[in-house]
Design a protein around this ligand. Structure first.
Ligand SMILES: Nc1ncnc2c1ncn2[C@@H]1O[C@H](COP(=O)(O)OP(=O)(O)OP(=O)(O)O)[C@@H](O)[C@H]1O
Ligand SMILES: [Mg+2]
Length: 251
């Protein structure tokens, strides 16, 4: 059965789109059928992570009701099916719509459909929230960002969504808030701890998610570990000494 998972946050710019693109890739690499949808209608950029720059139809057309979801779907060589949002300012007037029914009908072959959500708690986010079964909350390990994410958790609970857990992104050695404390604060498991890695920028420039561009980086293993969590599997990986040394000097 298809699981529709929304990737949400409180604050913007915490790494939702980066997580969606890379989780999509790692789930596909593990043999799962994956679709990813850009529901960030006013801040679209999911397609760019895969080098999708111009496309005739987008999720905006689907929400307008004049295009079938399958006609706005683009296959990436990794196996991920991407439904990008329009980059055109002319499409900004589109009313956010709940397209859950279309997802269930046209993406029923998918094991996972990941929804890249907008930031904040406005209509765009709420409509996306209505579409999903499960929620993953992304935050940085710092109090203001955590407090905003907590507000999103409360809303997701009100919508009766199953919250899978927290992903901590851009974690570095000087962070004082520890995983256990953050987990206790949310009363949710921390299902991923993604390190700061400035090669993310290079991978975006290369139009290739970091798990494809730099598969040996610690960050790629951490994202694989989250995809294993979603599949109900344990991820065991021992970074080689050489890769550990390389990671150390990249910091
Ligand atoms: N682990 C990381 N290490 C370093 N940079 C990162 C990491 N994760 C994300 N970034 C950078 O942070 C920026 C924001 O990431 P991203 O676009 O994925 O966030 P977002 O939550 O989707 O933002 P928005 O709310 O605007 O949609 C990007 O420039 C990305 O390169
Ligand atoms: Mg985003």
């Amino acid at each position: 059965m298809t699981r529709i998972i929304g990737i949400l946050s409180g604050k913007g710019g915490v790494g939702k789109t980066t997580l969606v693109s890379n989780l999509g890739v790692t789930l596909a690499q593990a043999g799962r059928k994956v679709g990813i949808i850009d529901a960030n209608l006013s801040g679209a950029n999911l397609g760019l992570h895969f080098g999708l720059i111009s496309y005739p139809t987008s999720v905006h057309d689907v929400m307008r009701g004049n295009t079938a979801l399958t006609d706005a779907m683009y296959k990436h060589p990794s196996g991920v099916d991407i439904v990008p949002a329009s980059l055109s300012i002319e499409d900004l007037d589109v009313e956010p719509t709940n397209i859950r029914q279309q997802i269930l009908e046209h993406m029923s072959d998918k094991d996972y459909v990941l929804i890249d959500c907008a930031t904040g708690l406005d209509r765009e986010t709420m409509k996306a929230m209505e579409m999903v079964d499960d929620v993953i909350l992304v935050t940085h390990p710092e109090l203001p960002t955590i407090s905003d994410a907590l507000r999103t958790k409360t809303i997701a609970k009100k919508y009766d969504k199953n919250i899978l857990g927290i992903v901590l992104n851009r974690v570095n050695r000087s962070d004082e808030l520890k995983k256990e404390n953050i987990s206790a604060f949310f009363d949710l498991p921390v299902i991923g701890v993604i390190p700061e890695d400035h090669f993310i920028r290079k991978s975006i420039e290369a139009k290739n998610p970091i798990t494809l561009e730099y598969p040996k980086h610690k960050i790629s293993h951490e994202i694989k570990s989250i995809s294993h969590y979603l599949m109900g599997k344990e991820y065991r990986h021992q970074q080689s000494l050489v890769d550990k040394i390389k990671s150390f000097f990249r910091k």
